[in-house]
Design a protein around this ligand. Structure first.
Ligand code: HEC
Length: 133
């Protein structure tokens, strides 16, 4: 192995260590800001909640509280993230870290999930009115 290779490897290793911890922060800045066709649509949020329960809750928890390596989703970093960022995460996942891709779901369903995730603040309030959490 020559010196150039060694330098490159050290550089790549350092870059990997410098990665921000959370996936939301690691989404490329080039993601287009396509707006969610369902933003603010209550039916879509409700559909997204059902999809969440079916597709995501086994890892992220019934109340989005996070389990083990799967981070909580009921935190501002997630519900305040741009819709395009969350959509990117659902399409690409984070395969090496255990977050699957949901590209197999039809696009409208993925946008419904995004609408649900971003309505988190509203749902928090709703849950506490019901004595949940
Ligand atoms: C098999 C387990 C698993 C399933 C199922 C799963 N996730 Fe994840 N998810 C993870 C893991 C592990 C991470 C952390 C990945 C990382 O750090 O790169 C993650 C990260 C995320 C993040 C980024 C959170 C942050 O703070 O950066 C979001 C958003 C997310 N998942 C949403 C979802 C949604 C929505 C679904 C359902 C459509 C889902 N996930 C299904 C395991 C899962």
């Amino acid at each position: 192995m020559n010196n150039l290779h060694r330098t490159l490897i050290a550089f790549v290793a350092a870059a990997a260590l410098a990665l921000p911890a959370s996936l939301v922060e690691r989404v490329p800045a080039t993601v287009p800001h396509g707006s969610n066709p369902f933003e603010g649509n209550p039916q879509a949020r409700q559909a997204g909640k059902k999809l969440y329960e079916r597709e995501c809750s086994a890892c992220h928890g019934k109340n989005r509280e996070g389990i083990g390596k799967a981070p909580p989703l009921n935190q501002p970093e997630v519900y305040s993230a741009p819709a395009s960022t969350l959509f990117w995460i659902l399409r690409n996942g984070s395969l090496r870290r255990g977050m699957p891709s949901f590209a197999h779901l039809p696009e409208p369903q993925r946008w419904q999930i995004v609408a649900f995730l971003r309505a988190q603040a509203v749902y928090n309030e709703h849950d506490s009115h019901q004595g949940g959490n």
